[in-house]
Design a protein around this ligand. Sequence first.
Ligand SMILES: Cc1cc2nc3c(=O)[nH]c(=O)nc-3n(C[C@H](O)[C@H](O)[C@H](O)COP(=O)(O)OP(=O)(O)OC[C@H]3O[C@@H](n4cnc5c(N)ncnc54)[C@H](O)[C@@H]3O)c2cc1C
Length: 558
Amino acid sequence: MKGTTPAIPDQVDVLVIGGGINGISAFRELALQGVKVVLMERDDFCSGASAALSRMVHGGLRYLENGEFRLVRQSLQERDRLLKNAPHCVSPLPTVVPISSWVSGTLPTIASFFGASVKPHRRPGLMIRAGLLLYDLLARHSRTMPRHRGLGRAALRRMVPGITESAVGGVLYFDARVSLPERLGLEMILDTEAEAEGRAFSYTEIIGIEAGQIRWRDRLSGASGNITPRVVINATGAWVDIVGSAIQPGANSKRVHGTKGSHLMIRNPELQAALGDHMVYYENHDGRICIAFAHAGAAMVGSTDILIDDPDAAVCFEDEKNYMLEALGNVFPHLRVDEEQIVHTFTGVRPLPISEEGATGRISRDHSVDVEPAGRQPFAVLTLIGGKWTTFRVFGEEVADLALAELGRARSVDTYDLKIGGGRNLPVDARERAAWIRQCAGTAGLTEARFSTLVSRYGSRSEAVAAFMAEGDDAALASAPDYSRRELLFLIENERVREIGDILLRRTTLGIEGRINAELTSEIAALLGSTFGWSVEETSKAVARFNETIEHRHRIQH
Ligand SMILES: Cc1cc2nc3c(=O)[nH]c(=O)nc-3n(C[C@H](O)[C@H](O)[C@H](O)COP(=O)(O)OP(=O)(O)OC[C@H]3O[C@@H](n4cnc5c(N)ncnc54)[C@H](O)[C@@H]3O)c2cc1C
């Protein structure tokens, strides 16, 4: 039946637990080497931290002050790889840093670099420029974007109208952004399943161990079973310790202490106009970096960084909203944001290593892997700790190499230059792109404008989407007329959709754009219901599950 997943095997070489970006990356690496690998994710793919990031594909300018040069160099290289390998959804992001003083704050910044604990302070412009010189230097081998440059007071104001008078100047540098990170994760799964022996299962939770076999349960169908792997990769991010004790009872090791981060999507014309195409990267009074940039038809403002014990309890509270709005108000003092302009929020937990650092911002953002060979348990366990979204490829590569060593196998395929999903065969040259759009639009009987919209959503996959749309009667959705019924049916039938939120929150930007309402929800529910043969009762239960998720995870909690 359409949309169903294949049967879960009972023996595999490798079981990856957790379908966030890092688990998916390890899964892809291993499957491409010919390893028999299964991935199980308890919710939808990329619905944990990998759905909650600031959408920055970056070297991490801030990590330089923690002395994490290796991480920054590696992240810059991966950023530049993603600009080439996923050009349909990763694009340059010009970034403006307003500067309140060129020299004040130099001593505490230097002291902090050398590990001293100092009071919150503003970073001086000279140190930011020194950091950016190093940033440019570290990116020199893979450089795809211009070097940074200074901005005088007037240039800063032209670029970011309404910025605080207290800014004496600024700096412009270039990083990158990802339009829909959840989609990129899904596309890696689809690529892998089409070409290799890997199989990934969503809504399939690991619940424990039984006679040396790992026990799983499908949270939607209620089916359950056991699987016997030779190697287990625990890629459950902020949940690694919980899952670790489920599959290794009694081990009880504590490796991760997550920090929660929230974002606000604000539809405010003045703010969106001030931001233009730039990200503004600014400090709050406590020295914490915040960001704002135009994204998905709104301004995305973030984020917080708060230690949290239970990752399932991560929601955006009123005080976090106030913190983010206050920080924004310091940079745009004349801006007024009304409550109803906050159209969506999202929160996630960074899987950070246990640390003695007092300030959360100083905890390393680097990644590592704990290796426990088979012995105490019948399979080897590799536990992933940390890992930014930007570095998913290289982290997955490192994990796969460790798993290959456990299996006694060698690497045969490299992902360095491997294009992803809708980034494959996508013309990047503007003239070639225009000619391709003209030709594909003609073949599918669509206008060039409509096909271009599909390209902005799905890259080169638009050809398959458009061909599917042409195969039957189509109509615009009543509640989102820029999408058509057959466009969404294509996603439902071909992109491992099982729940309403999979479409609204992770296969499209409808959720983050703040467009969710009862009418849209019921239109999507009807499409899923007709595809999967849901009864009226099953459809209303699916709607209730989705509404609960929205209320709990995407609205501010008082
Ligand atoms: C607020 C915030 C902003 C960020 N901004 C950026 C940024 O701009 N750029 C950047 O590079 N990085 C950023 N990051 C970091 C980045 O998002 C994460 O480090 C990365 O997504 C972690 O991916 P992961 O796969 O390790 O974990 P996750 O994405 O959390 O995946 C772990 C998965 O394990 C699943 N799971 C848990 N228990 C089980 C079980 N029992 N069985 C099966 N599955 C299970 C979960 O459902 C989850 O999907 C940010 C993070 C946050 C929170």
